[in-house]
Ligand binder design. Structure first.
Ligand SMILES: [Zn+2]
Length: 564
């Protein structure tokens, strides 16, 4: 049987690529948890699937996976035969929740971080050095490491940059600060109203805006007054994001809120150009913001086909459109996540973005239009409200998702498991903002954040993601953060969460596993991640690095001798 198949493959004259002499973890037939495979008895596949030594692919398809002897027999005179020299091949990492358009734009942009709040803000004018005289200065700030946690105010920004409009975005995206010029250009003053759930204008004792805006509409409210980005600028941003993602081993990426930076039309145009031109070679899933494509609760929701029609034909077949993005609450770092009990360090519990019946109605309409729903829910009250809304919605063809699902308890884990909903979680958040989370929630609640092993044990589909550029976002850093946070998780489970589980969340049968007939999306690592002890990963001295990234049979990042 095997000989006949080998002969048939040899007879077809294709430029095969054969990688041999390494470890190939297929994730084929893999169960999401080692615990589940252990329970299934000896011989059951573990979370990393089958372990072999070689793989053969041609163009964008995997042709064979097996041991050196059988795979080397497939090579013909025009094949590329590459000795892995002990390196490890995995399915390319799948990033099911990122913001590549925003990531590309913020690349090279100032990030005000570090220890000292004053020093961070003092660095702001440096971001304006290469700008035209009246151009906007856009930058980000990350107060999670600051000595004083207060968000910058308009006065801080006015002192630093008095002569041009400044828009400073919290790294989470859930709050912004504008200086006085930016507020004036946006027409925002003491008479401007808050929008319940969507935008709170912080005010001083005299009722004047402090420049700080919180909530999902904060960025849009100010950014609408900035000059629009051109499609070419958008395409260039996506090219930068693609290069960064590929260098980190990512072969599939989902934009988890198309329209959040420059509006849906502009961003779809940029995605279309980037994909059609080859500037974005990764597999792409686009998740339009539901409140952007149907602003009013009663508005007709465009279908996936309607959104696809806005893309150029060359890009249309290469984009997955399965979920819309919705927000039920904000972020813990900005006190906007919706909790059941008040914050430890603020006299309130956050609140919902949408009233519960409006949330349910939006979800119902989107499902009827053919979408699965991916709802941002971080606080325990938000998670509960979204699960209720999903339960009340008509049946959907693709499983709904909960984005972040951070603050859980046993009851919520059980309800999540019963719901069939996928939990798309971000381990690197914990490494980034752990002390801030403890300050916001107190020790007891902070200890309940993101119980990865418990989620898997309950049978909940649990892909990892990073929400980059909120954090730098390399999947290997996500593995490190996950294993530091939850030692009960195995390395294979953590890598499964970055591969097979992510592909399943995107409904992409072609990715996430190294199996004959699937897309040849691979990442080559310096060593077998599952051979490194959990403790070494947690300490960060695992020595595992991305050597090369291959999408559809094409090398898109890194290098390996003999590989083109
Ligand atoms: Zn996000």
């Amino acid at each position: 049987m095997r000989d006949r198949r080998a002969a048939r493959l040899r007879a077809m004259t294709h430029r095969y690529t054969v990688l041999h002499g390494g470890t190939v973890l297929t994730f084929e037939g893999a169960l999401p948890t080692d615990a589940a495979s252990r329970a299934a008895g000896a011989g059951a596949p573990d979370a990393a699937g089958r372990r072999v030594t070689a793989i053969c692919y041609a163009h964008d398809r995997i042709l064979a996976v097996g041991i050196d002897e059988e795979i080397l027999a497939l090579a013909g005179p025009d094949s590329h035969v590459v000795d892995l020299r002990g390196r490890t091949v995995l399915p390319g990492f799948v990033e099911p929740h990122a913001h590549p358009y925003w990531e590309g734009l913020v690349t090279g942009m100032r990030l005000l971080a570090g220890r000292e709040r004053r020093a961070a803000i003092r660095a702001l004018p440096g971001g304006a050095e290469h700008l035209e005289p009246d151009a906007w200065l856009v930058a980000r700030y990350d107060p999670t490491g600051w000595d004083l946690p207060d968000d910058p105010t308009r006065d801080d920004l006015d002192r630093a940059v008095p002569d041009r409009p400044v828009l400073l975005a919290h790294v989470s995206g859930h709050a912004i600060t504008a200086n006085s010029l930016a507020l004036a250009l946006a027409g925002l003053d003491r008479a401007s109203p808050d929008i319940r759930g969507r935008m709170v204008i912080e005010r001083d004792e005299a009722g004047e805006p402090t420049g700080i805006l919180r909530g999902p509409d904060a960025w849009d409210r100010i950014a609408a007054s900035m000059p629009a980005l051109t499609p070419a600028e958008g395409r260039a941003a996506l090219a930068r994001a693609a290069a960064r993602l590929a260098a980190d081993g990512v072969t599939s990426v989902a934009d988890a809120d198309v329209g959040s930076t420059a509006g849906v039309a502009a961003e779809l145009a940029a995605w279309g150009q980037a994909i059609a031109s080859g500037a974005m070679p990764l597999a792409v899933a686009l998740m339009p913001g539901l409140a952007r494509i149907a602003p009013g609760v009663g508005d007709a929701v465009p279908s996936p086909a309607d959104i696809a029609a806005a893309l150029p034909e060359a890009a249309r077949t290469r984009v997955r459109l399965s979920h819309v993005k919705l927000k039920a609450d904000g972020a813990l770092t900005t006190h906007t996540a919706w909790l059941r009990a008040p914050y430890e360090d603020a006299p309130h519990a956050g609140g919902p973005v949408h009233d519960p019946d409006m949330l349910a109605e939006r979800i119902r309409r989107a499902v009827k239009a053919g979408w699965g729903i991916a709802t941002h829910a971080i606080g325990d009250a938000a998670v509960a409200a979204v699960l209720e809304a999903y339960a009340a919605a008509p049946a959907s063809t693709c499983p709904h998702r909960l984005e972040h699902a951070m603050l859980l308890d046993e009851d919520l884990v059980a309800r999540l498991a019963a719901s069939g909903v996928t939990a798309v979680v971000q381990p690197e958040f914990l490494a980034w903002a752990g002390p801030t989370y403890r300050a916001r929630l107190g020790e007891e609640r902070a200890a309940r954040l993101l119980p990865f092993a418990a989620l898997l044990a309950a049978g909940i589909p649990m892909p990892f993601s990073s929400d980059r550029p909120v954090v730098p976002g390399a999947p290997l850093d996500g593995v490190r953060a996950a294993l530091r946070h939850d030692p009960a998780l195995s390395v294979a489970e953590a890598v499964h969460a970055w591969t097979a589980a992510g592909a399943a969340a995107l409904g992409d049968d072609d990715a996430g596993r190294l199996e004959v007939g699937r897309r040849s999306d691979l990442v080559i690592l310096s060593r077998d991640p599952t051979a490194v002890p959990t403790a070494a990963w947690a300490r960060g001295d695992d020595g595992v690095a991305v050597v090369a990234t291959i999408v559809g049979g094409r090398l898109v990042a890194g290098q390996l001798e003999g590989l083109t």
